[in-house]
Design a protein around this ligand. Structure first.
Ligand SMILES: Cc1cc2nc3c(=O)[nH]c(=O)nc-3n(C[C@H](O)[C@H](O)[C@H](O)COP(=O)(O)OP(=O)(O)OC[C@H]3O[C@@H](n4cnc5c(N)ncnc54)[C@H](O)[C@@H]3O)c2cc1C
Ligand code: FES
Ligand code: FES
Length: 1266
């Protein structure tokens, strides 16, 4: 028995055996080693923020291997003998930043910074594997790192600047020195064998952890522990998918078993050891793909590249993947499908007898009991030259997503005839289906003809019986898709190709992406209006930026976890925490009975009037996921485990109301929130129109997906509580915290350091977590940290409101819309507070288009869901969907392209908008015109027409979208305090806005530096503190950066004025001398200003922007890609054009998620959210962004109504991305026209997923051709 030893950043760590076997490397790094640069969020290997690089010597090699892994799933005890490098280990402000950290900062590749260390470490691992690298390889390496802020483009640019071949300014490949090869602290050289994998036998409080070093050793251990529940572990990545397999008594780490690493080849076979990682598999497939009999490896290679993500592939092994399938037959394993499709076999060793068996994939799954057995290898056969092998994986987003279905086809084919029986293997259908036997049988020895193709298509569709699962695609789509894939293969076999059909046989190909940004700077006001990266970017990239959960552990600190309801509509009967309390280390449980103040975390004040929102349910349960209480424990893992053991019982359980339609049927409308509006004279207008259209639209719900989950830390001090909260609304969190403990606000000292993304989700909802942590700290007298796990975060928090719209529009014969009749219905969640977003949507629903006459009815409905909340541009996202859909529908009706019709309806100067405001400075048309020219839209319309005529199964769509975004200054605004330190002239600013990635601090510093005439790095902006900036407005609505910056500028101007007499007296004095003289002249060098601009009527000004979006759709599968996007935005004189472009791109990509891939799925019986993790909820990744992306800021347009002539950039661009949905729909409509002669307008449903796109084509065998 021994302790484990390993190195982190060159320092040896000897780890006592006190940690449970399930402790992750991430837990250790953050909680014990104090290395908080490595972040944590999903704990599912799905987000990448926890990436570190590891180095070790595999037992089959003399060479060290370095690669990046997700530390959240890497077991602590597995890294014995390894070198772990974290973001702190490669560079810091003290020791100098690493080029990777510098580059991502310089390219503006970090906004909130929460994903940034993960990005850096993923790249670090890659460069270790391959210092000379191509841009394509780099782009391919970021499939597992999510970023919700940036839209990825600048991250990719930063990383590609290390490529040998990238066309990126300031490109410079990595210097080998910088890769920090000196990993061994003993010798200063690369590690020697002394760091090799050694045998381990650890007894951990009743649980054993072994690491055998040979197959024999493994067998002995398995035999010896036969009566205990054994878990073999390699990468441990399966725990990111199946979290409840366990607990286990014995863990056996396979990293030391040399025999499992073998790689043997012969003419007939390739033998891959069970411990071959997916990354090694890729290398081996590529290395062997040109060998006779193995050309099918090139297809496998392409497919394995889209299995999981790079870091999972680095750590996960092939046996692990196959065993997931073995244990959970429904798992859509790509490896299983690929291998079964190729006719591979599995070699298995019985540890009882030592016997070896070899089984076909099918037998392995259905006949072999794997108890006391180990997979030792996989055998891939060579295939005759006439065999065509093709495989597919169709997913809801481009990468890092499991398959809707996957498929592998092995077809012996010569002279237009299938020779013998083909093999068709399908995954994702149900837990039993492997081969499509009837179709195989039918196709046996068939000659290729259209009749055969059609029959095979329908036989396949008919023989499949997919399981119903609300989290997966519909059975119908999965059947149709399988048939489409078969059609693709048969089409590809046909040697007498019809060129128009040929594109059907191929999958979409995504080339490397690129970006272009153009903007104007104002040199006379530098550093204001200068394109500068965020000031804290290097610290974010080095992991030194401190988020709330990164704060060091306080003495006696406790961790908290929320207990939530799992019924959506019921009365709470009892809450029993006794089982939870029995766990050693669990200290407290608090529920509504323990609240000493008011049981309400949404406290009303002024403009913000809320219904009561209970902190913990006292009686009626309104939604599944509603907090019932809080468990406190000595560790976070323990608190989470204990929370699951709290027993909640219910009475009067009724089926939850989860849709607008159900709520309507039950008369659950919030009638007080109904809005009726008439603009112009709609009745008269209906008389005069030439054409009428009507239709329905619906939109689902989007989760914020901020990378830092909700977190609050409450620390009791002598007569108050210090509250650290990740919130956009510190003032309200302070109030909520004080309210639940019945104390005045001055009892709570709130600090908001920074947020790892907010997007509206950390405004009201965070108050619950601040209040809960404060209550617990108050009751226990101990510091309490509440950091939500991802699933709880999704269950508890509000989301984007779903909408349904019924519309009627009347227009002239050329498409000029005269009148719209709109019935807009919104799901508000369980309280009327959610109804706010309805009026927001109604106020914005005209977007960039002038429609003179409207009749609008807006209704919001109560459901058993959390009260909906602000999600970036809560009103304009549904508004854009509604108005752009109506315009596209009108265009279809008048038989013109939507671009022409939209151009006709744009707002012009001095027109009056829907809210009755005259648009004196409107430049919507100018933005549109310039964009249309720059993006060469006319020419591209023709090209797309030509493409669509030449291709039946791939179609392209292009459209334009326009946005007029109302900016309203409201509420108390933000105050700023500027302090100049006389001794050295450095400047500190504290202000009421919150930095959440939008660059607020940088813009504030730029303004202050400009006024005081000091270099930018002389100014530091400090975290928001309630004591210095009390009564601050929520940071939201896009306005905080401007308002806070203006407050800071005004305070700096006061100081400048105070200093003027001394400056005049000592004109030659340096800044530093001047400051010092001021202090000794008794001048107060601290000034505070509250900037509370008057509210405009109804808006202060409008931001105008437009986009051109071109997409391509694979009509047979529904997959699509955004080929090109051009955006033109008017941000007046941008305060920082680089930051504003970052906001634009980030918003646009978040919108792509809303309109194309993201939705929240509920269990219809209980109301519980099912899509509560990265496995089932899919925000965009690096390859979902536009392939060619050009962003232009409109030059020479100072904004007369804005602060310092600028305009806001945070939210306007998001609605523009509805263009991707609409372009996809145009493509589908083009296909329907070709296939069925249909001129019908397809109803719009968002997200327009891959499934919805394919299903809206309405394919059947009658339209197939050969
Ligand atoms: C985020 C994410 C995305 C993913 N996406 C995909 C995808 O798109 N397609 C796909 O096919 N897969 C996907 N996977 C699955 C992934 O490929 C597997 O998790 C991985 O290959 C498992 O390998 P591992 O070494 O981590 O296994 P572990 O998690 O260590 O083990 C998995 C199981 O295999 C058993 N086991 C391991 N080795 C052996 C052996 N030699 N003999 C017998 N039993 C053994 C273990 O006991 C355990 O039951 C994804 C996984 C994650 C986390
Ligand atoms: S926290 Fe590890 S991948 Fe998300
Ligand atoms: S910068 Fe990437 S998540 Fe915020």
């Amino acid at each position: 028995m021994t302790d484990i030893r390993f190195h982190i950043n060159g320092e040896e760590h000897i780890v006592p055996r006190k940690f449970p076997a399930t402790t992750s490397l991430n837990d250790y790094l953050r909680e014990t080693a104090g290395l908080k640069g490595t972040k944590v969020m999903c704990r599912e290997a799905g987000c990448g923020c926890c990436a570190v690089s590891v180095t070790h010597l595999p037992p089959d090699s003399n060479t060290l291997k370095t690669y990046s892994v997700q530390s959240c799933l890497t077991p602590l005890y597995a890294v014995d003998g390894w070198q772990v490098t974290t973001v702190e280990g490669i560079g810091s402000q003290r020791e100098g930043f690493h080029p990777l950290q510098e580059r991502i900062a310089k390219f503006n590749g970090t906004q909130c910074g929460y994903c940034t260390p993960g990005m850096v470490m993923n790249m670090y691992g890659l460069l270790h594997q391959k210092p000379s690298i191509s841009a394509q390889e780099i782009e391919d390496n970021f499939d597992g790192n999510l970023c919700r802020c940036t839209g990825y483009r600048p991250i990719l640019d930063a990383m590609k600047s290390f490529a040998e071949d990238a066309n990126i300014p300031n490109r410079k490949p990595i210097d080998i020195e910088d890769l920090n090869k000196k990993l061994c602290p003993k010798t200063g050289d690369e590690c020697s064998n002394s760091c090799a994998t050694r045998r381990l036998d650890l007894q951990l409080n009743g649980v054993s952890w072994f690491r055998p070093v040979s197959l024999e050793d493994l067998g002995e251990l398995m035999k010896a522990n036969k009566t205990r529940k054994i878990r073999l572990v390699y990468g441990n990545t399966s725990t990111g998918i199946y979290k409840t397999d366990g607990p286990f008594d014995v863990y056996i780490d396979l990293h030391g078993v040399k025999e499992l690493y073998s790689f043997e080849t012969s003419q007939n076979m390739v033998r891959l050891g069970a411990a071959t990682t997916l990354t090694q598999l890729l290398e081996r497939l590529r290395g062997h793909q040109n060998k006779p009999g193995f050309k099918y490896f090139s297809q496998m290679y392409k497919h394995v590249k889209v299995v999981a993500n790079v870091m999972v592939r680095n750590s996960g092994c092939i046996a692990g993947n196959l065993m997931i399938k073995h244990r959970h037959n429904e798992f859509p394993s790509d490896l299983f499908t690929l291998m079964a499709g190729a006719g591979a076999e599995v070699e298995i060793i019985c540890t009882d007898t030592g016997l070896k068996i070899v089984a076909t994939m099918q037998d392995f799954l259905s006949k072999v009991d794997m108890l006391n057995k180990v997979i030792s290898a996989v055998l891939l056969p060579s295939l005759p030259d006439n065999v065509v092998y093709r495989s597919f994986k169709i997913t809801p987003r481009w990468q890092n997503a499991h398959a809707y279905i996957n498929a592998a086809f092995r077809i012996p084919f010569t002279a237009q005839t299938i020779q013998g029986r083909p093999s068709i293997v399908l995954g994702g259908i149900n837990s039993k289906t492997i081969h499509a036997t009837k179709t195989e049988e039918f196709l046996t020895n068939k000659s290729l003809s259209l009749a055969v193709v059609k029959e095979a298509y329908s036989i396949l569709r008919d023989e499949l019986v997919p399981t119903e699962n609300p989290l997966e695609a519909s059975p119908k789509y999965r059947k149709d898709l399988a048939s489409s894939l078969l059609y693709k293969v048969l089409l590809g076999l046909n040697t007498s190709r019809n060129p128009k059909l040929w594109s059907g046989s191929e999958s979409l190909h995504r080339p490397i992406s690129s970006g272009l940004q153009t903007y104007q700077e104002m040199a006379e006001e530098f550093p204001l209006k200068q394109g500068l990266p965020k000031m804290t970017a290097p610290l974010q990239a080095s992991g030194e930026a401190v988020f709330v959960n990164d704060m060091p552990k306080f003495q006696h600190e406790l961790y908290a976890a929320m207990v939530v309801t799992d019924q959506g509509s019921a009365i709470l009967e009892s809450v029993d925490a006794s089982e939870a309390m029995k766990l050693p280390g669990v200290t407290h449980f608090f529920s509504s009975k323990d609240i000493v103040g008011e049981n309400n975390y949404k406290v009303s004040s002024g403009f913000f009037q809320f219904p009561v929102h209970e902190l913990f349910v006292s009686n009626e349960v309104f939604y599944a996921g509603q907090p019932v209480g809080l468990v406190l424990a000595e560790t976070q893992a323990l608190a989470l485990e204990a929370a699951k053991k709290v027993k909640v019982t219910y009475k009067e359980v009724s089926p939850p109301v989860l849709t607008i339609w159900e709520s309507l049927a039950k008369d659950m409308e919030f009638k007080d929130a109904r809005i009726n509006r008439v603009v112009g004279n709609p009745e008269e207008a209906w008389e005069s129109v030439d054409q009428k259209v009507e239709g329905n639209i619906s939109m689902g719900s989007q989760y914020h997906f901020y990378m830092e989950s909700q977190v609050s830390l409450a620390v009791p001090s002598e007569d108050s509580i210090d509250l650290y909260a990740a919130t956009q609304f510190g003032d309200m969190c302070q109030h909520a915290a004080a309210n639940v403990i019945g104390k005045p606000l001055n009892y709570i000292n709130i600090t908001v350091p920074r947020l790892g993304g907010g997007f509206g989700g950390k405004s009201w909802d965070t108050c619950a977590f601040s209040a809960a942590a404060t209550l617990a700290a108050y009751l226990t007298g101990r510091p309490v940290r509440l950091y939500l796990d991802m699933a709880s975060n999704i269950h508890i928090c509000g989301k984007r409101a779903p909408f349904v719209a019924k519309y009627k529009a009347g227009c002239s014969s050329d498409g000029n819309i005269q009148v719209i009749d709109l019935d807009l219905m919104m799901d508000a969640g369980y309280t009327a507070h959610g109804a706010w977003y309805l009026s927001d949507c109604l106020n914005l629903v005209d977007m960039g288009y002038y429609i003179p006459n409207w009749t609008i009815q807006g209704r919001s409905f109560r459901t058993n869901k959390k009260t909906m909340t602000a999600v970036r541009a809560p009103g304009s996202v549904p508004a854009a969907l509604v108005i752009e859909t109506i315009l596209e529908h009108v265009a279809k009706a008048v038989k013109r392209h939507p671009v022409a019709v939209k151009g006709l309806n744009l707002y012009e100067k001095n027109q009056v908008d829907l809210r009755g405001q005259e648009l004196i400075h409107c430049n919507m048309k100018e933005v549109w015109r310039r964009l249309k020219d720059t993006a060469e839209v006319e020419g591209r319309l023709k090209q797309i027409d030509a493409f669509n005529q030449e291709n039946l199964w791939k179609k392209r769509g292009i459209t334009m979208t326009a946005c007029k975004y109302a900016i309203c200054f409201f509420g108390p605004g933000h105050g700023a305090t500027v302090s100049i330190y006389g001794r050295d002239g450095s400047v500190a600013v504290s202000q009421g806005g919150v930095e959440m990635g939008q660059g607020l601090f940088t813009k504030v510093a730029q303004g202050v530096a400009h006024i005081l005439g000091v270099p930018l790095d002389n100014v530091k902006v400090k975290p928001n503190q309630g004591i210095i900036s009390p009564n601050s407005l929520v940071t939201g609505g896009s306005i905080a950066s401007e308002v806070a910056m203006q407050a800071a500028i005004s305070a700096a101007e006061i100081l400048k004025e105070r200093m003027r007499p001394i400056k005049e007296k000592f004109p030659e004095a340096s800044w530093k001398e001047l400051c010092d003289k001021c202090v000794w002249s008794k001048i107060d060098l601290c000034a505070r200003v509250l900037n509370s601009p008057d509210m405009g009527s109804p808006a202060n000004y409008h931001t105008y922007c437009a986009a051109v979006t071109e997409t391509e759709v694979d009509i047979l599968t529904g997959e699509s890609q955004v080929r090109r996007v051009d955006i033109m935005a008017d941000y007046g004189e941008s305060l920082n054009p680089v930051i504003d472009i970052g906001q634009t791109e980030g918003g646009f990509v978040m919108g792509l998620g809303n309109y194309l891939t993201e939705d929240t799925i509920f269990d219809s019986r209980t109301g519980r959210i099912l899509s509560d993790g990265t496995w089932n909820y899919k925000p965009p990744t690096t390859k979902d962004i536009p392939i060619d992306w050009r962003v232009h800021l409109l030059p020479d347009t100072p904004n007369p109504s804005g602060i310092r002539s600028s305009k806001a950039s945070g939210e306007p661009s998001i609605g523009l991305s509805v263009g991707a949905l609409l372009a996809n729909k145009l493509a589908v409509q083009a296909a329907r026209k070709d296939l069925f002669g249909s001129e019908e307008f397809i109803p719009v449903v968002a997200p327009f997923t891959v499934e919805r796109a394919q299903q809206s084509v309405g394919l059947d065998e009658s339209v197939l051709a050969l």
